[in-house]
Design a protein around this ligand. Structure first.
Ligand code: ATP
Length: 419
């Protein structure tokens, strides 16, 4: 099968030409170049992918070095990894040497040797990602599909390439769930059985690698389906027995996405939702297992406190200043999660009110004005400002003039206002 027409259709002319030139450059040196992996899968699905992985049967760095000196854009070399990167408009083109791998123990990094394109494809996660397209020369556009990837793609199946696949690298379980939910595919029967047996090996995967896989999911369009599936398959429990993802979290994820948060904030909110059910000890164990960075762990710890506050926030008769007192030291991210997850409408509406309104309320007077009114420099000013803020929040003062009157009462040693 020849996919030149698909390449023409899905890649802009400069990027296509770049790939062809890489193919010719490889041929001149007696090597062969292929487009591989996700880009081939997406091309066959009628989509384009911005990440183009090229595998060289030969030496990728050798190609990259001479490619840059022949009037082509110069690739950035990553000598340590034996890879190189080029950019073409919004496309990123990565060059790597074809390799074969062997795993000495589950989850460990494999030992790697140069290999053929077929061997390189064999080390991949699923057959749909184990196809290649030849570049340059007279075989340009020819599909290399030694493991039946195209058939599986047509039937919507995720199939591992060999029985030990999940044992060698259990992150493939999470990758598989991501593709299953993203593409609306299903695990092929025996691959699903292997997945169930492979759960045992999730423990061999480092926290950083597992967290990266979860991060990849959170960046997808519908991460809630992926996490729900991880839960039902027992993958979350295999990561840490206290992790789960129930219908409440599912709904919260859906609503969080509708809130038009920046990507970074959305990701943090989603982590808070994921960790919502965890108590302090369990959160600590998940944090250790996934090596969670402080920027995520801090809001997740706040979320734990907020869960405890839900009953307090649901009490009738709370004043706005009481709400502020409970919420003022919690991160906005954790509050956004609480707003999504609280079951009690009154508590939820108070968090919303805090986020949209109460947290911005400040007295009109500031320290400088209080000094002008006669306050001496020191803690008295801070405490007067705090009392003014409470009065503002609770509607006991509504104008600058009323604040000045209140400040003068405080200065005179009077009660200021009921607070
Ligand atoms: P996505 O659309 O999610 O980015 P992709 O296929 O481009 O998909 P990458 O993570 O960029 O995914 O990986 C590129 C290719 O490398 C994959 O298509 C797959 O062939 C291979 N690969 C990546 N991770 C693994 C893994 N853990 N085990 C085996 N092969 C892998």
């Amino acid at each position: 099968m020849n996919l030149s027409a698909e390449l023409d259709r899905w890649l802009p002319a400069p990027t296509r030409e770049l790939l062809t030139r890489i193919g010719y450059c490889a041929a001149q040196k007696g090597y062969r170049a292929c487009l591989v992996g996700g880009a081939v899968r997406d091309l066959l699905l009628g989509e384009s992918s911005l990440d183009l992985d090229i595998v060289i049967e030969g030496d990728a760095l050798d190609i990259a070095r001479s490619f840059g000196t022949s009037g082509n854009p110069a690739p950035v070399l990553h000598e340590r990894f034996g890879t190189a990167t080029l950019t073409s408009g919004s496309f990123r083109v990565d060059l790597a040497t074809a390799r074969k791998e062997s795993y000495h123990s589950p989850g460990a990094l494999p030992s790697v040797h140069p290999g053929s394109i077929e061997e390189d494809l064999l080390r991949r996660d699923f057959t749909i990602n184990a196809m290649a397209i030849r570049l340059g020369t007279e075989r340009h556009g020819e599909l290399v599909d030694p493991y039946g990837g195209r058939g599986d793609l047509q039937h919507g199946l995720l199939r591992v390439l060999h029985e030990a696949s999940f044992k060698d690298d259990a992150t493939r379980i999470l990758r598989g769930v991501r593709y299953e939910q993203r593409l609306g595919f299903a695990f092929e029967k025996s691959s699903l059985e292997l997945l169930a047996r492979g759960l045992l090996y999730v423990r061999s995967i480092s926290g950083d690698r597992l967290r990266h896989e979860i991060e990849h999911m959170l960046a997808e369009r519908e991460p809630e389906h992926m996490l729900r599936r991880l839960d039902t398959l027992g993958v979350l429990a295999a990561i840490d027995e206290s992790l789960s993802f129930g219908p409440g979290q599912f709904e919260a994820f859906r609503h969080a996405k509708a809130n038009q948060l920046s990507a970074v904030r959305l990701e943090s909110v989603l982590w808070c939702v994921l960790g919502w059910g965890l108590d302090k000890e369990r959160l600590a164990s998940v944090a250790t297992r996934l090596n969670l960075p402080g920027r995520l762990l801090g809001p997740m710890q706040d979320s734990f406190a907020l869960r405890v506050f839900e009953a307090d926030l649901d009490r009738p008769g709370l004043r706005p200043s009481d709400v502020v007192g409970l919420l003022c030291d919690k991160s906005i991210v954790s509050l956004s999660a609480a707003e999504l997850l609280y079951g009690h409408p009154l508590a939820r509406s108070r968090v919303s009110l805090y986020l949209t309104h109460l947290r911005h309320i400040r007295p009109a007077l500031d320290g400088r004005i209080l000094r002008e009114l006669g306050f001496v420099e020191g803690p008295a000013i801070g405490s007067a400002l705090a009392r003014l803020r409470v009065a503002r929040l609770n509607g006991e003062v509504g104008s600058r003039e009323q604040e000045v009157e209140m400040a003068q009462r405080i200065l005179a040693g009077g009660p200021g206002t009921d607070s």
